[in-house]
Write a new protein. Structure first.
Length: 331
């Protein structure tokens, strides 16, 4: 049997269990925005987001994630329960998402990466620099100490603005994104500095593809509908770091956020959704009560609270959004 959106045997088994056992859904979002480019499909337009939240409020039982975790622990989750989450803490979460969540009374948990407060995220800056630079790609020389970098430099590059230039830059952006993703924060910063100088492009302070600043973060949780979770300080891929570096990132992100709001932060989301046993242990020892990954599945009593599964949402109109939900939940 072929089920749309359920492509592998493992996913099929999760889907079948969901049909038999039921459970709750945790939805994942990043940005509520409609930029010209959205290479990794992390944006949902505000009209579509409003349609999605209207349906969640009317057809489901919207619930705060921390409350859902209490119900999971107690062993009983009412049917049609859906929790909404956001990762990273983009400024548009305040300006676009919050008014819509308030209009429909849908609570949400926003996982904040504190090192990017008021700053553009490195992956967005990378895209902006590569795509808008007039410098040739062949002139971008990347080096790390002790030759720790495997990077193949093209010998020639298309003329800036020529028909071949755009696709070449897109390809380069994806390769650099993968490269930077594999590095720890210090090396990422070093490579980004080289790219900034090479690009000749000015910093873009008006960009909305940045993290909320401290004042905006406080505004986000005003009213109590939205709660914070932590998402490390600098958003590294935790499984690639030493246990000590993982601990630094997990503890410092929590401390930053708790100082800002003056109360304990109990939820965590692994950057890029990747959890390891060591990472889960550090998160538990740090005092978090639950943590989210990016694996697609429902949650139900007995689910691992340090590897809660989520469904990433795309820029879909209400009908298509509902079709996706109905695959997993009787709603
Ligand atoms: Zn993230």
């Amino acid at each position: 049997m072929r089920i749309p959106g359920v492509k592998t045997a493992k996913a099929f088994s999760r889907w079948w269990q969901a049909r038999l056992l039921g459970g709750a859904l945790i939805l994942g979002y990043h940005r509520i925005a409609s930029p010209v480019r959205d290479e990794y499909e992390v944006c949902v337009g505000s009209e579509h987001f409003a349609e999605q939240m209207e349906l969640v409020s009317r057809r489901a039982r919207p619930i705060r994630l921390s409350q859902l975790v209490q119900e999971l622990k107690a062993g009983s989750v009412p049917p049609r329960s859906i929790a909404v989450t956001f990762d990273d803490g983009y400024a548009d979460n305040l300006y676009q998402a919050k008014p819509i969540l308030e209009k429909y009374g849908v609570p949400a948990t926003v996982f904040i990466c504190t090192g990017y407060a008021g700053r553009e995220f490195w992956w967005d800056e990378l895209e902006r620099l590569i795509m808008s630079s007039r410098s040739g790609l062949h002139a971008l020389r990347l080096q790390l100490r002790e030759n720790r970098l495997k990077w193949e430099q093209p010998e020639v590059s298309p003329v800036a603005g020529s028909p071949e230039d755009g696709p070449a830059r897109t390809q380069h952006y994806h390769a650099l994104y993968r490269l930077l993703l594999s590095l720890d924060v210090e090396d990422q910063n070093h490579i980004m500095d080289i790219i900034r100088i090479w690009s000749g492009v000015s910093s873009d302070e008006t960009s909305t593809s940045r993290g909320m600043n401290h004042q905006e973060l406080r505004q986000l949780v005003e009213g109590g509908l939205i709660e914070f979770g932590s998402h490390t300080r600098n958003h590294p891929m935790l499984p690639q770091l030493s246990v000590e570096r993982q601990r630094q990132e997990i503890l410092s992100g929590k401390k930053d956020l708790e100082e800002l709001v003056g109360k304990p932060v109990t939820g965590f989301a692994y950057p890029n959704g990747r959890a390891t046993e060591a990472g889960k242990r550090i998160v538990r020892e740090a005092g978090f009560i639950f943590a989210c990954t990016s694996l697609h599945d429902m949650v139900r009593p007995g689910s691992d609270l340090y590897a809660l599964t989520r469904f990433w949402q795309k820029d879909l109109e209400g009908d298509k959004f509902m079709q996706g939900l109905r695959l997993w939940m009787k709603i």
